[in-house]
Design a protein around this ligand. Structure first.
Ligand code: PMP
Length: 411
């Protein structure tokens, strides 16, 4: 899609050269889109084109890019103070009030927020908390799980290929089948923490059957294992509720947040009851500390973003508009070449194709036509869509037609 208002930057050949030579690579084929700016649902390239961001920077820009409320809050915080002291020592308005606001909207009893910098780091904190609180060592996670790439978080990965080069990882670990309540009997009194995504993202947009998460909660209560729910991707309206656990009425012992938590700035958190969280402050004190956790600018940005999410009822919008988008995708794409299944919940949607090769071509051709989407980390034949929750319906309709056109042509 051509963007007439974009004024392309100059000198970007040098950026591309520096990117290629000096930025550590994460794959042999980076997308390499040269970003001029990003606003609302659009990312503008220096080539003068605009791209519809159907990934929200992978689940971060739930309000779209650079929303004015967040820009204002950041500007105000920027002239007051930046980092002043390691986490947990000084009273900082943005951090303290954001913690109180999160405590008010997270499931009952979760009223103590430990801010960190990322999702993986929040998982690490949750694992340490569970070991210290229970005195047990074992962990349980699920096949297809993704919880981040630090060694502790990677230890929970439900994908052999991701784990193998980095073994030995943290254990003992048991990987159980995701979505199958019958497997939960394997959780016993040796388990410190069970870590679960309510809907798996990188595992291929997998939505569990209705009995799974309530049965998991019951099993954790019966065995004393700490239930850690990873809402890094599903939180902040993505699945049509502010938090996905609300759909199943499940109360985690620890809720893990990141991505949209910081309104576009780096921020993670694990949230628990005050009594559970106390164990990190005692014997020894400072059992878990971080310098930058809860950075005041990130907290100011996150507070502003949460304010907009609640004011504009974007979780409800994700539910209703997401359901219509899903229906229309199902109707339009089902039966087209290579399409196995279209599924989703709220504004987290998956298109399962037959092969990785077709998926790669589909993603590239969509990008050529101005749509940004991608396959999931653990499954390269499943396309994930996580659009900004503000995306207009006519934009979804046009994107659906574009996707259908690409699939039709793939014969
Ligand atoms: N948990 C889930 C469910 C995620 O999707 C991700 C990131 N994709 C993480 C944890 C890790 O978060 P981060 O990249 O901020 O470390």
């Amino acid at each position: 899609m051509q963007d007439e208002s974009a004024a392309p930057s100059r000198g970007f050949e040098a950026w591309k050269d520096a990117f290629r030579r000096h930025l550590a690579p994460t794959s042999s084929e980076p997308i390499g889109l040269v970003v001029e700016r990003a606003l609302g649902v659009w990312i503008h390239g220096v080539d003068g084109r605009r791209y519809l961001d159907l990934l929200s920077g992978i689940g971060v820009a739930n309000l779209g890019h650079t929303p004015p409320e967040v820009v204002d809050a950041v500007a105000r915080q920027n002239v007051r103070h930046h980092h002043v002291m390691v986490y947990g020592e000084y009273v900082q308005e943005a951090q303290a009030l954001y913690a109180a606001e999160l405590a008010a909207i997270t499931p009952a009893g979760l009223d103590s927020v430990f801010f960190v910098n990322s999702g993986a780091e929040a998982i690490e904190g949750a694992l340490k908390l569970a070991r210290k609180a229970t005195g047990r060592r074992g962990f349980v996670a699920f096949d297809g799980a993704y919880h981040g790439d630090t060694l502790g978080a990677l230890s929970l990965a439900g994908n052999e290929r991701s784990r193998r080069p980095f073994e030995p990882l943290l254990g003992p670990l048991r990987l159980l089948p995701f979505g199958d309540a019958r497997g939960l009997a394997a959780i016993d009194e040796t388990v410190a923490a069970v870590v679960v995504e309510p809907v798996q993202g990188e595992g291929g947009v997998r939505i569990p059957p209705p009995d799974f998460l309530p049965a998991l909660e019951a099993r954790c209560r019966a065995t004393g294992a700490i239930l850690v729910v990873d809402e890094v991707l599903t939180g902040f309206g993505r699945t049509g509720r502010v938090f996905a656990v609300e759909r199943w009425g499940v109360r985690p012992d620890v809720l893990v947040l990141a991505k949209a938590l910081g309104g576009g700035y780096p921020l993670g958190a694990f949230v628990a009851s005050g009594s559970l969280m106390r164990v990190l402050a005692e014997d020894p004190p400072l059992s878990h500390v971080t310098t930058f956790g809860g950075h005041p600018v990130s907290c100011a940005a996150g507070r502003a973003a949460l304010g907009v999410l609640l004011r504009d009822r974007l979780a409800e919008r994700a539910d209703t508009v997401g359901a219509r988008f899903l229906d229309s995708l199902k109707e339009t794409l089902t039966g087209l070449p290579g399409v196995r299944e279209v599924r989703g919940i709220g504004m987290l949607l998956g298109i399962e194709l037959d092969t990785a090769a077709r998926t790669r071509v589909f993603v590239e051709q969509c990008r050529d036509r101005g749509l940004l989407l991608g396959w999931t980390l653990h499954h390269d034949h499943i396309v994930r869509l996580a659009p900004p929750l503000i995306t207009q319906e006519d934009v979804f309709e046009e994107a659906t037609r574009t996707m259908a056109g690409v699939l039709e042509a793939s014969g």
